[in-house]
Write a protein that binds this ligand. Structure first.
Ligand code: HGY
Ligand code: MN
Ligand code: MN
Length: 414
């Protein structure tokens, strides 16, 4: 095991996070907000590109803008590290970005210790879905979990409704070559992603790291209910076709279904909009999102099925129509036992408290694991707060994650 200077490693991690939390790297000052094809996202990629080129890495981009940096010629076997540096629209400084910084720190440790590990760093486009409402978009493209029709037609920018395809082309990418993105994973012998936990298990159990052995699957979808816009004052209650009441009933029902399903199943309505959305108009249409997840496939898919049936019955009982549209679904994903074991050994040797645990949050690793033996390392975040500007993690834990990954990779690549 290399003798790591944890203090200088922590200082480097802290400096990267500090810089990337600055106003040049976020669209708003009240949260970290950066996503595909915005100038602040481009600057964030440029920051990592500059640091990696200084360390002798060749930096390129896949056809839609995922950053790929290697220290070996194409075709040679390499070990994959990385995460994403786009953010939630209400994001904090650590979600994703700490993972790319930890991977950069591994590159620095490798240079410092002259170990010359074969490495490929990836920073995935659009993990959060903040640009097009499609989570894990860059990694789903890489493992071909999307169709060309999705990219040309269905996936549309939240800001202006234009297609992903047009935005990618405008940004100088080559969306027509999107299937070539799959080749990015060809040379990988393994993959490890560091990420903040986004819950509070590590904090509450006094652990500094988590070794992730499984990731919860999820369903993302929308339900829209069509009714009739009416005068809010003159329309008697028994005369209304009000989709807002159906939406409200569904939100309560989703909570009950998730609780009843148990096994770690969760259900969230994060987005809701009424049209025309005016105080003195009974809504004509209601649309709300579904985010249903869990480690148990049958449980969370069962909740998704049941809430759709409930919505349709609740709508019909009032003479309305409810329509369901799936956005995407990714199955619960087990991590590779060999890589998990190597991380557990390296964490044990580091001499700091850690635990092996599942992830409730989704990660690009769910896609990479389709093709490459994969695992993750979690870093505690204060009170589990994430997808919020108050998100807080300790750069020393990020540096410790880099040290543990560095030592595990050295063992794995022999
Ligand atoms: O929502 C998620 O699971 C991830 O943070 N995008
Ligand atoms: Mn993330
Ligand atoms: Mn996130």
């Amino acid at each position: 095991m290399a003798n790591i200077d944890r203090e200088s490693s922590t200082a480097r991690v802290a400096a990267d996070i500090e810089t990337l939390s600055g106003r040049d790297y976020t669209l708003t000052s009240d949260a970290i907000r950066r996503y595909a094809y915005t100038d602040v996202y481009r600057r964030t990629l440029d920051y990592f590109q500059g640091k990696l080129e200084e360390l002798g890495f060749d930096v390129s981009y896949d056809p839609v803008g995922t950053l790929v940096a290697r220290n070996r010629p194409p075709g040679e076997k390499v070990f994959g590290i990385g995460s994403h540096c786009d953010s939630n629209r209400n994001g904090g400084p650590y979600d994703g970005t700490l993972g790319v910084v930890a991977a950069l720190e591994i590159v620095r440790l490798d240079a410092e210790h002259g170990t010359n590990l074969p490495l490929q760093l990836i920073s995935f486009l659009e993990e959060e879905g903040s640009g097009f409402g499609q989570m894990l978009l860059g990694s789903r493209i890489m493992v071909q979990r999307v169709t060309e029709d999705d990219l040309r037609e269905h996936f549309r920018a939240i800001d202006d409704g234009r297609s992903f395809w047009d935005h990618a082309a405008d940004a100088g990418c080559e969306p027509e070559r999107w299937q070539d993105s799959a080749r990015v994973l060809d040379d990988l012998t393994g993959w490890i992603e560091t990420h903040i936990e986004q819950a509070r298990v590590l904090q509450d159990t006094g652990n500094r790291l988590g070794v992730v052995n499984a990731i919860a699957g999820y369903v993302h979808a929308d339900i829209s209910v069509d009714g009739r816009a009416d005068h809010a004052g003159a329309t008697p209650m028994d005369f209304r076709l009000d989709p807002g009441v159906v939406a409200a009933a569904c939100i309560g029902e989703l909570e009950q279904l998730a609780l009843a399903a148990g096994k770690g199943t969760v259900g969230t309505v994060g987005e809701i909009d009424f049209s025309p959305g005016i105080i003195n108009v009974v809504p004509g249409q209601a649309r709300f999102s579904l985010d249903i997840r869990g480690p148990d496939e049958d449980a969370f898919n069962g909740v998704a099925r049941d809430i759709v049936s409930f919505a349709q019955a609740a709508a019909e009982s009032r003479g309305l129509q409810a329509a369901y549209e799936l956005r995407q679904t990714v199955p619960a994903t087990r991590m590779d036992p060999t890589i998990v074991a190597a991380l557990e050994r390296a964490a044990g040797t580091a001499g700091e408290p850690f635990r092996t645990m599942p992830s409730g949050a989704a990660h690009d690793t769910m896609c990479v694991a389709d093709r490459v033996p994969s695992a993750m390392v979690f870093v505690p975040c204060k009170d589990g707060i994430s997808h919020a500007p108050d998100e807080l993690a300790d750069p020393a834990d990020g540096a410790l994650a880099a040290e543990v990954m560095f030592n595990a990779i050295r063992e794995l690549v022999g």
